[in-house]
Ligand binder design. Structure first.
Ligand code: KIV
Length: 271
């Protein structure tokens, strides 16, 4: 059994929406990045199943497992004192049955000490959300660009842009709200739709690629730090170019070793 959850809770999220104070969420997959983000006073740290693509170099997130999410969730929880830790439930850990969802979500919460789990989908996953919420597991929803199913048969980036998209999404959102989510990620949708959903929502919305009028924002930390290669998607603002710095630093080290300049006298143990 891991430590108990951190000070920021679902109740704080609700208060923020009411007060019009933006909620800040960022991803992290280990204690180091989590502690840096926590020290920067973000409100929530998401252990996304994006770890499959960002860390493991896979093409999609589909292969993420519950054990993997627990392993990374524990690391993030250890690096975090204040922010709420939210752990993604991976593909097929909640779709098979609500009982399965409670078993897997409960394990994630108990074994990581996270404050909440996140799962993707709308009305179709409402029974799982309801079962989790009834069991006392705080659930964050995730609507629209569902990358778990985008690589399978479901809706993907760029669909549902036409008329009716709002009506479809508001139905999905209300199904999630009624089932008991405390917040919902609105991913990769036109800003006007995200704004209307946010106005209609009784729970806070956290946007990614969905414009400025959500109740909060989430970014993937490796993307906003410039650690993920050169082709970040348009919704990402680069707050640093750490990839370039790492490359330059390692190249400098390699060159100095090859020239016999490192280690210098100051780096040698004195006897
Ligand atoms: O897995 C993830 O990192 C996510 C974010 C893109 C919101 O779900």
């Amino acid at each position: 059994m891991a430590e108990t959850a951190n000070p920021v809770t679902a109740r704080d999220f609700a208060r923020r929406k009411k007060a019009g104070e933006p909620i800040v969420m960022i991803t992290a997959y280990d204690a180091l990045f989590a502690s840096l983000a926590d020290a920067a006073r973000v409100d929530a740290i998401l252990v996304g199943d994006s770890l499959q693509t960002v860390l493991a170099g896979e093409e999609t997130t589909l292969g993420a497992t519950v054990d993997q999410m627990i392993y990374h969730g524990r690391m993030v929880r250890r690096g975090t004192e204040r922010a709420m830790v939210v752990v993604d439930m991976p593909f097929l850990s909640y779709q098979v049955s609500p009982t399965d969802a409670v078993r897997n979500g409960g394990r994630i919460l108990k074994e990581t000490g996270a404050g909440a789990v996140k799962l993707e989908g709308g009305a179709a996953v409402a029974p799982a959300v309801e079962a989790l919420a009834t069991a006392g597991v705080p659930v964050m929803g995730h609507l629209r660009y569902t990358h778990q199913s985008a690589s399978g048969s479901g809706a993907g980036r760029g669909r549902d842009r036409g008329r009716g998209a709002f009506e479809t999404l508001i139905r999905e959102l209300k199904a999630l709200e009624n089932a008991g989510v405390f917040a919902v990620v609105l991913a990769m949708m036109p800003a006007v739709i995200a704004r209307r959903l946010t106005e209609a929502a009784s729970v806070p919305t956290i946007g990614i690629g969905s414009g400025p009028r959500c109740d909060g924002q989430v970014l993937m930390i490796h993307e906003m730090l410039g650690l993920d290669g050169d082709d970040a998607p348009p919704h990402v603002k680069r707050y640093a170019e750490l990839g370039d710095e790492v490359r330059e630093a390692v190249a400098g080290y390699a060159e100095e070793v090859r020239r016999g300049e490192f280690p210098g006298p100051e780096h040698v143990q004195k006897v």
